[in-house]
Design a protein around this ligand. Structure first.
Ligand SMILES: [Zn+2]
Length: 235
């Protein structure tokens, strides 16, 4: 299963939970940092929800985020960078949150994806201003970006956000040879690990207690191996 398009807002309800809401208001009104320990339950809940929604893949490159790297390898990504004072108010806005892999998050860093109208806006809406990249919730990924085997990324000619798609692909260096090479190697290693695990599991069926748990585990392994192949070869 791949990252759905459009991306649903399943995580919005988490942000409305009473306990989380209280913490978020504290963050919004004070000098509390995003990394503050008291915000950990909110951050974890957002990450867990987005992970499920995005089928464990990075929003930008659509690459699978390895299970072993959960929490470390996936970052809650603020489309409009939370470290800018004028975007801080949207640090917990559902329309501003996705998860991204470490390389994408690292390259994007603190890039400002809004124009002056977005920077001074009060509400986050499709017509708030112009975004430099296709917006995760206001625009469709597949209408604007084509992923060909490699994977190689290209903006779709005549797409509604053709220019933004080009800028995003360029900014994130999605087509750099070194990066493609990295992705292929990363996924190949991931498949190799899963394969080994599958064989180990096949030998230790009894350890699972029930047949259902064993079957569920095998199905997950199978899905992840398939995802790995689809990431590299688009098959
Ligand atoms: Zn990525």
């Amino acid at each position: 299963m791949n990252c759905p398009d459009p991306l649903p807002l399943d995580h919005a309800k988490i942000l409305r939970y009473k306990n989380h809401k209280a913490r978020i208001s504290e963050f919004l009104s004070g000098s509390m940092e995003w990394k503050d320990d008291s915000l950990k339950p909110v951050r974890d809940a957002i990450r867990k929800s987005l992970r499920a929604t995005q089928a464990q893949s990075c929003f930008y490159c659509r690459r699978m985020i390895a299970t072993e790297r959960r929490n470390m390898g996936e970052a809650i990504e603020h489309f409009l960078d939370k470290s800018k004072s004028y975007y801080r108010k949207w640090a917990f806005h559902p329309l501003n949150l996705v998860i991204a892999c470490q390389p994408c998050n690292f390259v994007k860093s603190t890039k400002d994806l809004g124009d002056a109208a977005v920077q001074t806006a009060t509400y986050l809406q499709p017509h708030t201003g112009t975004f430099k990249w296709p917006h995760p919730y206001f625009d469709s990924y597949s209408e604007n970006i084509k992923i060909s085997p490699g994977p190689v990324y290209s903006p779709i000619p005549g797409a509604p956000r053709h220019n933004q798609a080009s800028v995003m692909i360029k900014d994130l260096e999605l087509n750099s040879i070194a990066d493609i090479d990295d992705r292929v190697q990363f996924t190949a290693r991931e498949i190799q690990k899963l394969q080994r695990r599958a064989f180990r599991m096949a030998r230790r069926q009894r350890k699972f207690g029930s047949k259902e748990r064993y079957e569920a585990y095998l199905t997950e392994l199978e899905n992840r191996i398939e995802r790995g192949f689809s990431d590299i070869f688009m098959v």
